[in-house]
Design a protein around this ligand. Structure first.
Ligand SMILES: *[C@@H]1O[C@H](CO)[C@@H](O)[C@H](O)[C@H]1NC(C)=O
Ligand SMILES: *[C@@H]1O[C@H](CO)[C@@H](O)[C@H](O)[C@H]1NC(C)=O
Length: 366
């Protein structure tokens, strides 16, 4: 019935992964436009919906009392007919080590447009491959989200890792009237670097110290005057399920920017290499002179599209995730984006992303 009028989104375009599905589902819910996403992850080795994509889409559908067709693992096409976003308590579980951060990404924009506080319990991997670590969300995403006027709390109840997951976070979001545009155009100077190296389960404590020490020395060598502190943590028993290790390092700047590098340990990978990889990623993100790192870039697009007025963000090289996010945002909303390469010599491959957002009002708040 409604399906005939649904907007068609090609899930295999550009980046062609779960990201298209997440942004399209969130914007469909927010703009009350039914969508059909086809060719879902068509060019991936295991095409179609994976458990974590499915639980994310189902979560959004529950949050807004919507209807889904084709919502099964392996499905290559879903149709989503959104309803009205309702405040309250929701739970979603990837049932695997699939990332809770991806569950958060698909649902979070919708929670902001409820009539009151909304509380979601998300279960799965907290520090998982192919997704930002939960610490990234708390150390980088949250302070930048605040600039849009977004206020939320994220509590890590229990960490969970590949392959079993078993982690849990609780996110409580406050509704917004509308989102403010952001201006992140000057990276400023680095004021400090903070980080966290962890081991959990049966892995030796020593590994977190090696990751921490290696990352710190690489960063200090590149930025000798800067205060660098990377804590070395053994996750307390009961606060983590399974065995895992990894690290995140975050540079904070005088203009309030946050840029990160991160890495996860795995069997056969030396702790030194994990620490060095995170530090090198951070250094790479500091060299382009942009205000956001490669992972924040695409995450900001949906909020820029929804915000009321002109946002400007200085970035490094544009990622395919960002191009995909912009494509979907322009398909589902009237937001207009433009990307201009910056030739002021301040960094390799710097760009300015500008967006005139639609100023979506929260009609449930008076
Ligand atoms: C991706 O999959 C679609 C649909 O099956 C196909 O038309 C397209 O050519 C593929 N693109 C790439 C880059 O493989
Ligand atoms: C953690 O590692 C230990 C020892 O290698 C193993 O016995 C245990 O099953 C692992 N735990 C999980 C949840 O994978």
């Amino acid at each position: 019935m409604m399906a005939s009028s649904a907007l068609i989104v090609d899930g295999s375009l550009k980046e062609g992964g779960g990201q298209i599905l997440r942004i399209a589902t969130a914007l469909s819910c927010l703009c009350k436009k039914p969508i059909t996403v086809n060719n879902i992850r068509a060019n991936r080795s295991k095409p179609g919906l994976r458990p974590q994509h499915l639980s994310g889409v189902q979560l959004v559908s529950r949050v807004c009392g919507g209807a889904l067709k084709g919502d099964a693992v392996g499905s290559s096409e879903i149709t989503f007919t959104p309803g009205t976003i309702a405040a309250g308590r929701y739970t979603a579980d990837t049932g695997t080590a699939g990332s809770v951060v991806l569950l958060m990404q698909v649902s979070f924009p919708c929670l902001l447009y409820a009539s009151g506080d909304t509380h979601v319990t998300l279960k799965g991997g907290t520090n998982a491959e192919m997704a930002p670590q939960i610490d990234y969300m708390n150390m980088v995403f949250q302070p930048i989200a605040h600039k849009f006027g977004i206020d939320y709390d994220c509590r890590i109840v229990r960490r969970g890792y590949f392959p079993k997951g078993g982690g849990e976070i609780q996110v409580t979001a406050k509704p917004v009237h509308d989102l403010s545009p952001i201006s992140l155009t000057e990276v400023g100077t680095i004021t400090r670097v903070r980080g966290r190296a962890f081991v959990a389960g049966t892995l030796p404590r020593k590994l977190s110290q090696i990751m921490s020490n290696t990352a710190s020395s690489v960063i200090k060598k590149a930025y000798p005057g800067v205060d660098v502190q990377v804590e070395s943590v053994q996750e307390p028993h009961g606060a983590a399920f399974g065995n895992g290790s990894g690290i995140i390092v975050v540079a904070e700047t005088s203009t309030g920017c946050r840029l990160a590098g991160s890495s996860l340990g795995k069997r056969g990978k030396q702790a030194e290499d994990v620490g060095r990889e995170a530090a090198d990623e951070l250094l790479k993100n500091l060299q382009h002179g942009g205000c956001v790192d490669e992972y924040l870039q695409d995450q900001l697009i949906i909020f820029m599209a929804l915000a009321k007025g002109q946002s400007r963000v200085r970035t490094g090289p544009i990622t395919q995730h960002t191009e995909t996010a912009i494509h979907i945002a322009e398909l589902l909303t009237e937001a207009k984006f433009s990307i201009s390469p910056l030739t002021d010599g301040s960094g390799e491959g710097a760009n300015m992303i500008e967006c005139t957002g639609i100023g979506l009002p929260n009609k449930q708040l008076t």
